[in-house]
Ligand binder design. Structure first.
Ligand SMILES: Nc1ncnc2c1ncn2[C@@H]1O[C@H](COP(=O)(O)OP(=O)(O)OP(=O)(O)O)[C@@H](O)[C@H]1O
Length: 190
């Protein structure tokens, strides 16, 4: 591994979108790790829920999101690196030059990565989008989700890189290419 890029940002600021486009560009040198995956998997196992429905955007997602946040906070209080470690262990990270962690939410997530992989390897990227843009992408303020630490803990943090993801093209390849070109330039990657 050469770099671990920790991506954070408010809901609907494009963490998944940017991570996937970036991974595609860096291709087989890179992979995406999602901390939410072991959380969802463990939670689903706990509740014996349908795994496919949990991982999709279906009706299960919002219904269980709040309870899952409370439970995962309890696990984190005992071991703040629990889900970061589980996500890294479940992925073939040793074979990748670039690991993109697409859903960093807490200071302790960043702390765990820095403690385990070092300051030089770990870089943080904050994505920003205006509220108007996030709303256009389907965001609605939800009490218990948008006003709790999982969403707000990093609000007062500083980051190695900040990238405004406000211009949604109409899905054309040229717009997306320019967007990722700008991001790669910021990250000093090629
Ligand atoms: N630059 C962009 N151009 C076009 N569409 C975009 C762009 N950024 C995000 N989107 C779209 O906005 C929506 C929300 O983006 P995404 O799911 O990546 O956000 P997120 O930060 O991962 O959200 P959440 O935290 O709720 O999971 C998606 O439909 C995505 O395709």
């Amino acid at each position: 591994m050469k770099k671990i890029l920790l991506i954070s940002g408010k809901r609907k600021c494009g963490k998944d979108f940017i991570s996937e486009r970036l991974q595609r560009r860096l291709s087989d040198r890179s992979l995406i790790v999602r901390i939410s995956e072991p959380i969802k998997r463990e939670w689903a196992r706990k509740l014996q829920l349908d795994m496919g429905a949990m991982l999709s955007d279906g009706p299960y997602k919002e219904q269980y999101r709040r309870d899952m946040i409370i439970w995962s906070d309890e696990v984190r209080q005992r071991d703040y690196g629990f889900f970061c470690r589980a996500a890294m262990e479940a992925s073939a990270v040793q074979q990748a030059d670039y690991v993109i962690v697409s859903d960093i939410r807490r200071k302790n997530d960043i702390k765990w990565f820095r403690e385990n992989y070092g300051q030089d390897m770990v870089k943080t990227l904050r994505l920003t989008s205006t509220e108007q843009r996030r709303k256009a992408r389907g965001w609605q303020f939800t009490a218990g989700v948008d006003d709790v630490p999982s969403e707000c803990d990093l609000d007062d943090s500083s980051f190695d890189y900040v990238f405004a993801n406000d211009e949604d093209g109409d899905g054309n390849a040229q717009d997306e290419k320019q967007l990722i070109d700008r991001l790669l330039a910021l990250l000093q990657l090629s």
